[in-house]
Design a protein around this ligand. Structure first.
Ligand code: MN
Ligand code: MN
Length: 463
């Protein structure tokens, strides 16, 4: 019997619940770490805000702005702000860069949301509305009947820029998209979930007070424009050169009696961005370490702030040259964790998962050797050699982690930025926090998995 137990321990793989196997001291560490994360979430609700928040934290840790072409030396701590929407943060190590490459952690800081159209404002039935075009993969019905906050920038005719942030402070108004009352929903209820709320019905309620002063005609739209003009000096035409977006106006909160979980908007992928920043700030490493916070992941990573752009390539080139190394050699020897979330097994919807290959909540950060869909289409699929390398590092540091793929075969799937980095001849694998209700206005993660991800990142950039 004893022998049988022993064989089982040595030969069979086990998945532990981290809370179950941790002592109270470790659990306290896990909980403490999540407090910083919740504050980060409440500040960094858009990619622009995430960049601002990350830079101010980086400065506290002694990082300064990198000017491409500047001379670098070991020990330098730099950040490169790409158009206020993506950020590169790096520490130059002591070892030979060409031989050892960079240790790269790459997360994204954009999340699904509702962007305003370029001609957004109109009035109907005594109310003013904004037209929207949703950004990223959303289930449209989830975005009705919840409070929304408004964020972004407006570039005025004269080139000056104003920042908008309304709905985060307790005294602020919020914004709202209506849904139909149950009493009149007989027909709506018969529609498939995906079509019951259409993209063109995601119109955001922004006003209801007719403008009557100065002999005006009592237009609600004009009333809203007047308020915006008083506050920001803008006219309707200025919306054309604006990036305004609505996100859920909820702040991050603990979930459950025991507070083991966190509910928030935008865990995907700030739940990897935060541990990434902490790991890069706090690491002690001989390696040159690079943290990437990317934009546009949710819409295909295109554009000059997305990971399909040349920016990462250019940065590696520039850093390599200033250290007298061949950028080609540096890329060939670099290693990357593409830090993105995966779907956590949800017992309410068991049948979409294959349990053995799903990420279980609180069982640690989850590695996905491949992503993609339908026959691994659209994935870089990390090599066994590289997965073996990462696995040895995690074992060495006692990191609790698991492996998973997103849902059952042929059901759906998804991609990350891993493939774009792998395409640069850099060994890359996905690793990140399992999320319940991913892409919903309020997503859920486990505090244990956030901390495990932080430990994994530290191990990867330090070992
Ligand atoms: Mn993601
Ligand atoms: Mn996503």
């Amino acid at each position: 019997m004893e022998n049988k137990q022993k064989l089982s321990d040595t030969l069979q793989m086990k998945k532990d619940n981290i809370f179950d196997t941790s002592d109270s001291e470790k659990i306290k560490k896990i909980f403490d770490f999540s407090e910083g994360y919740k504050s980060f979430l409440d500040e960094a609700k858009t990619e622009r805000l995430a960049v601002i928040t990350a830079i101010s934290a980086a400065k506290e840790f002694g990082f300064s702005e990198y000017v491409p072409g500047e001379k670098l030396s070991p020990g330098d701590k730099k950040y490169f702000n790409n158009r206020g929407k993506s950020l590169f943060i790096f520490k130059i190590g002591n070892e030979d860069l060409a031989e050892n490459g960079m240790r790269i952690l790459a997360a994204h800081i954009d999340s699904p949301r509702l962007d305003l159209k370029q001609v957004p404002l109109y009035e109907e039935s005594g109310m003013a509305y904004f037209k929207t075009h949703y950004y990223g993969g959303i289930k449209k019905y989830q975005w009705t009947a919840i409070p929304l906050s408004l964020h972004g920038v407006i570039v005025k005719k004269d080139g000056t820029e104003v920042t908008v942030r309304i709905g985060d402070n307790p005294g602020d108004p919020v914004f709202y998209i209506s849904d139909l009352l149950p009493h009149l929903s007989q027909e709506q209820n018969l529609k498939p979930l995906g079509t019951a709320i259409t993209g063109e019905s995601l119109n955001i309620m922004v006003g209801g007070l007719p403008l009557k002063e100065d002999g005006q005609d009592g237009s609600v739209k004009l009333g809203v424009l007047k308020i915006l003009n008083d506050a920001y000096g803008i006219t309707e035409e200025d919306f054309i050169s604006a990036e305004l977006t609505c996100v859920p106006a909820f702040n991050a909160r603990d979930i459950g009696f025991d507070r083991a979980l966190i509910g928030a908007y935008g865990h995907d992928d700030r739940v990897c961005a935060y541990p990434l920043l902490r790991a890069v700030f706090e690491c002690e490493s001989e390696h040159t370490v690079l943290g990437v916070l990317a934009d546009k992941e949710e819409i295909g990573s295109l554009g000059n702030t997305g990971m399909q752009s040349m920016v990462l390539l250019d940065l590696i080139h520039s850093v390599s040259e200033s250290l007298g190394c061949s950028p080609v050699a540096v890329r060939a020897s670099s290693k990357c964790l593409s830090a993105d979330v995966n779907a956590a097994f949800d017992p309410n919807f068991k049948d979409v998962y294959e349990a053995r290959n799903s990420a279980m909540i609180s069982c640690g950060t989850t590695m996905s050797k491949y992503t993609g869909a339908r026959g691994k289409s659209g994935t870089s699929d990390a090599s066994a050699e590289f997965v073996g390398f990462v696995r040895r590092i995690f074992d060495m540091r006692g990191v609790k982690w698991q492996t998973s793929e997103l849902g059952r075969v042929d059901l759906g799937g998804g991609g990350t930025i891993a493939m774009y980095i792998a395409n640069l001849n850099i060994d890359t694998v996905d690793l990140g926090v399992p999320v319940i209700s991913m892409h919903a206005p309020y997503e859920v993660v486990s505090k244990a998995d956030i901390y495990s991800t932080y430990e994994a990142f530290r191990a990867f950039i330090e070992c």
